[in-house]
Design a protein around this ligand. Sequence first.
Ligand code: FAD
Ligand code: NAP
Length: 325
Amino acid sequence: MTASPDIRDVIILGSGPAGLTAATYAARANLKPLLIYGQQPGGQLTTTTTIENFPGFPEGIDGNELMQRFEAQAQRFGAAFLQGQVTRVEVGCCPFRLWLGEDQLSCRSLIIATGASPRMLGLPNEWDLYGRGVSVCATCDGFFYRDKEVVIVGGGDTAMEEASFLTRFARQVTVVHRRDSLRASPPLQRRARDNEKITFRWNSEIAAILGDKTGGVTGVRIRNLENAREDDLACDGLFIAIGHHPNTELFKGQLDMDKEGFLVTRNFTETNIPGVFAAGDVQDPHFRQAITAAGTGAMAALQAQRYLEELNDRQKLCARQCVQS
Ligand code: FAD
Ligand code: NAP
């Protein structure tokens, strides 16, 4: 039994390492997958410079170039691509339905690889000053801070990598971190600590962003968490690098999530709905690496393939078919 031509065997949401790897595997299995890019084609790695830990590239590779290669590989095997952002999904019964604005798509199996988006500090004016000195992407915006002073908040890999990157442009980079030790991996820590343009403010948080919409960021108020003392530091930019939250808003009430909103998977990439699989950062609170995202993308495609084969053996369209109205 084959599905109606309007019903795709596999739709993949997201064009990061997880989604594009799933597309390559699904295309090679002749499932004619359709991948929807989302608003960040190529995913998070397009916001960084050199990727040094992706196997097969001993000299490192630029994040954008790596993702272009992922896409070219999926294209070579016949994956189809669609620009746009999915705004609504219904996975309660099958065929699963997706909307991109007014346009509707249907599929028998769905691979969710919608990744993660940057966390914000939650300060009242951070969105007013976003793009006016507040940034979440040093690679994108660092260029604007030549000979300027910038502050970066966070103590993970992203914060250390971005702090080091920003020293290419900025005169001085101050890292504000809420503890007195870093979460970042040793090589990234070392690079930042050894850089004389970088100074650290330990056990501290950003209490306020100074500035307004007209003049942009002029400084930050830093609160020492040990003694609650505050002081103002003049700066031209604030880079927020405090991690990411999973992009799962669309699936609330339909798919099981943990308390932080990560999709819960079992038996590798299965969600609580048969035929719906999740891969990459959207279901991974632990590793959040390009290689692990790619790995789970491959697993999701292989599991989708097996799921569809079992349905075909039983002459079924899908596991739980929607009642026709
Ligand atoms: P993402 O890369 O987040 O991609 C998600 C995709 O989903 C995007 O294409 C987005 O457009 C799409 N999407 C979202 N919502 C929708 C929707 N509603 N409809 C359709 N599509 C949607 N990892 C490493 O291993 N090495 C590194 O050096 C490294 N450097 C990093 C540097 C930075 C600055 C950051 C932020 C992360 C870095 N990481 C690194 C982590 C790595 O980028 C992630 O683990 C990886 O990108 C996760 O891949 P993903 O495919 O799960 O999701
Ligand atoms: P992360 O590892 O979750 O680190 C977030 C940092 O921000 C932590 O230091 C955390 O402090 C701090 N933080 C969180 N919430 C905060 C808040 N509200 N206020 C102030 N500080 C806050 O996130 P990440 O650095 O973006 O890394 C995400 C993943 O991508 C990781 O798996 C990482 O390895 C990967 N990555 C890898 C590379 C690389 O390999 N080159 C580069 C970038 C990212 P605490 O430490 O106190 O929790």
